[in-house]
Each structure stands twice: as C-alpha cells, then as structure tokens.
Write a protein that binds this ligand. Structure first.
Ligand SMILES: [Zn+2]
Length: 269
C-alpha cells in the first residue's frame, strides 16, 4: 500500500524574496542567466535553503521522468509487463506511472484505487533498481487486473507481494548483498518471504508481525510457484545472464550436481 502523495507541480514561485534576486522563471532566461541561476543553486551562494531544495526536487523529478520513459520503451521486463497488462484489458497510459517525491524508506508503490504506479524520484541506487521497482509494482497492477485482489484481505495482499518480489528482480543476489544479507542457500526465497512479511505488516488491517507471517505462510506454495505472466522467474531480462542464472551455474560448479536450467522457454543443461 502506498500513501497517495503526488509530485509537486511547483514552477518556482517562492514566497520569500531572495536577497540575491534569483531569477524565478527559468524558461525565459538567456543562456548566461540560466548558467548564473544554476551556479547559485549549486553553490548555495545567495539562495535560500528552500530554493535549493526546490531545485533538487525538480531535478529528481526530471530525471525520474526521463528514466521512466526510457524503461517504458527499452526495458524488456517493463515492456513485457505493460504488454501483458494491455492483453489482460488493463492498458496503462504513461500518466498512470507517476514520478513523485517519497520518504527515504520507499522506492515505489501501487495506488490500487487510482490504478497508478508511483516511482519515488531520487530514491533509486541506479536504473536497474528503478526497473525492478517498476516491475514489482506492475505485478501488483497485473494481479489487480486479472485476479480482482481484495487488498484488505491479508492473504490476497501476501500473495501479490510474494509474486511481485519473486518476479521483479528485487531479490537478485547482488541486491541482497547490498542490503547486507549474505546467506548463500535459499537466498532468493528468504528474501521474497522477508520482504512480503514486511509489506503485509504495513497493511492497515494487519494487527502484528505474527499475522503477516501467517498470511504469507498460508499462501506461500501456490503464490511462489505462480509466475504468470512470466514463464519463469527472471525471464525476460535485459541483463542476461541474470544474477539468478549465474548463481545457479556457480552452485552447479561447486556441487557438481547436474541441473537443467530453463530460461525464456529455452532449455539449458
Ligand atoms: Zn509490493
């Protein structure tokens, strides 16, 4: 669930006059004035903290919007999910993917009442992190579209979180290492489970952690194995071979055990 904060549509009208006469409308400025304005904002000389903060916010929203457009057209996973949503009768226009400022604990959210995905501007480590978040929220959207999820039902919520964590790349090994989790075996499943419990705990209808764990456990088997609309976890990926694929190769190399690897419908042995 996500608080419905929308991006501020600020156009630079600060109420307090700046002592340095910072130009307030950047759209009509000469190149020199634009440069001077930017220099003042970067150095902090002659501008208020409010003005610097506003400039930073605008810049984060600008880059988030650019990355969003790039991912919507160039990320195989995002393009795939948008296509599947369209096929399921839930076309997602660009304006339903919203870049917005969020608190630092979040990277994205799904507004199920408005049918909108929120991407938290400035809260991504890199484009890959943003892509994973994007796919995670689109899985929630897909579930809402296809399965009529009751978000007040903890088991429904748990199921969608398990699927979103499992299918989005949120729990790839490199990302888990960055979070400080080093357990080798069953890493992926542990990550999916932990993150699902954390999300269900944030459901207003969830009384405590035990209830969240119970909901996740009750639906685990069916939801973890339900990879629709993907054929298999981590396909189709732009970063082939994926982290999961590489880890399976390493495990196979260490253990010497034969394993059939299936990706994107192709069989690798
Ligand atoms: Zn989620």
């Amino acid at each position: 669930m996500f608080p419905g904060s929308s991006p501020s549509n600020s156009a630079g009208s600060s109420s307090e006059p700046s002592s340095s006469k910072l130009p307030q409308d950047p759209s009509n400025l000469s190149a020199f004035e634009k440069w001077r304005r930017k220099a003042m904002l970067v150095t902090g000389l002659g501008v208020t903290d409010e003005e610097r903060m506003q400039d930073l916010q605008e810049s984060r929203l600008h880059w988030c919007e650019k990355d969003k457009q790039y991912l919507m057209h160039s990320s195989p996973s995002v393009v795939f999910m948008l296509k599947q949503l369209k096929l399921a009768g839930c076309d997602v226009p660009s304006q339903n993917i919203v870049c917005a400022p969020c608190d630092l604990t979040r990277s994205g959210g799904f507004e199920h009442k408005r049918g909108a995905v929120v991407l938290c501007a400035g809260n991504f480590f890199n484009t890959k992190h943003m892509e994973n978040t994007f796919v995670h929220e689109l899985v929630h959207m897909f579930d809402q579209c296809r399965f009529k999820v009751d978000w007040t039902n903890l088991r429904h919520h748990a199921c969608s979180e398990i699927r979103a964590n499992n299918l989005s790349g949120d729990c790839r090994y490199a990302r888990e290492l960055r979070r400080g989790f080093f357990t080798f075996s069953k890493q992926h499943q542990a990550c999916v489970r932990r993150r699902a419990v954390e999300s269900v705990m944030n459901n207003p209808g969830c009384p405590n952690e035990a209830a969240a764990e119970r909901a996740v456990n009750e639906v685990w088997d069916s939801c973890f194995n339900d990879t629709r609309p993907f054929d298999e976890v981590s396909s189709p990926s732009s970063s082939w071979p994926s982290d999961a694929f590489l880890m399976r190769i390493i495990v196979r190399f260490i253990s010497g055990a034969p394993e059939q690897i299936v990706m994107s419908g192709a069989h690798w042995s």
